[in-house]
Design a protein. Structure first.
Length: 264
């Protein structure tokens, strides 16, 4: 029997999602250890995607295969045993043909920025103190991202992929000057490693006047090569939505819904 487990996590203290031989304290490792404790046997899980160290997910889906249906409230048991940084929202039985990663048709990321120090935003938004930004040119650069198909220039390790094409269906920049906050939102059928944070870094560089809009376009189109690629801070980034053709996930507990207030 296969189950999708819909959850969210604060990635601040984790070395990313994926369990690795050389890395400890990953989200995957913590969840697998918790399920192994609950079922008293080794349990492996599969995630809907990979997030880097420090990156959050307000909506994330894992799948687990079980020999039989649990005779207890698995959601309750998981939440009781998981650390406060990981919360389970739903457990949904699916068919064994349905896959949490390969059958996801779209994913959305939200990146939050603030430029006035705020203790409540510390873990959920990236602090760029007193940045002076040209919001109009940043919106023009955001429109260029929406028009782009090949994101090789904005990929941390392009050689990992057979191709670096992504179908961006939505890309928006929301600004609230009174709050001193920005939200960058992007939706695509797939994302490359580091892609969203790299996009945000160079959007900020355009906004600061460090590079021109034309240079930004040239970089995106691989007409101008970057010797070193930089990425925005990890703590402002959320995987905020995962879409399936056969399933509608409950968004009631999605933290990004609260962070978006004033940035819609």
């Amino acid at each position: 029997m296969r189950y999708f487990i819909h959850l969210g996590f604060n990635g601040s203290d984790y070395s990313g999602w994926q369990k690795q031989n050389t890395t400890t304290n990953t989200v995957q490792e913590v969840i697998e250890n918790t399920l192994t404790k609950i079922f008293k046997k080794n349990i492996s899980i599969y995630g809907c995607g990979r997030t880097d160290a420090g990156v959050h997910a307000s909506q994330y889906v894992i799948q687990v295969n079980l020999d039989e249906a649990p005779t207890f409230d698995l959601k309750f048991r998981m939440n009781k045993n998981l650390p406060n940084s990981i919360a389970v929202f739903e457990i949904i039985e699916v068919t064994v043909e349905q896959h949490c990663r390969y059958h996801a048709t779209a994913r959305s990321y939200d990146y939050f920025i603030h430029w006035h120090k705020n203790q409540l935003l510390h873990n959920n938004s990236s602090f760029y103190q007193d940045y002076k930004l040209d919001f109009d040119v940043m919106k023009q650069a955001t429109a260029l991202i929406l028009e782009t198909k090949n994101f090789k220039a904005f990929c941390k390790q392009p050689d990992l992929y057979d191709n670096t094409y992504c179908n961006i269906t939505d890309c928006q920049l929301y600004i609230n000057e009174a709050q001193g906050r920005i939200r960058f939102s992007i939706t695509s059928n797939r994302f490359l490693r580091g892609m969203v944070r790299i996009c945000v870094y160079y959007l900020l560089e355009v906004g600061r006047g460090k590079i021109t809009l034309e240079e930004f376009r040239q970089i995106l189109n691989q007409e101008k090569e970057l010797k070193v690629t930089y990425a925005a801070h990890a703590n402002g980034l959320f995987l905020s939505k995962v879409e399936y053709p056969f399933l509608e996930l409950d968004s009631t507990h999605n933290l990004v819904n609260m962070l978006r207030v004033g940035l819609e």
